[in-house]
Unconditional design. Sequence first.
Length: 94
Amino acid sequence: MYISSPQKQAIEIRNSHLWQIVRNAHRLANPLCVDPFYDHVGPEPVESIHHVKPLKDYPELAFVSTNLRSLCDACHSRIEQLERAGKSTQNLFD
């Protein structure tokens, strides 16, 4: 399987020690899902940290807190599904 250079860089960032530190710090500071679809009845705990501007396109924003959002798995899955379909999701975080 061929992995493009931007994809490879994104994988390297996600596997880095610095990302683990930044992700854990963001999770501690923002422990609840931001609920970008306004679906939650009550607070949902964070399970994933999402890059608003995609990591493969904006690796320079990998560790920038303003580009990170706390999401539950359901929201993160929905967002990834939209992105795989070629739809922008950045507007969900405005």
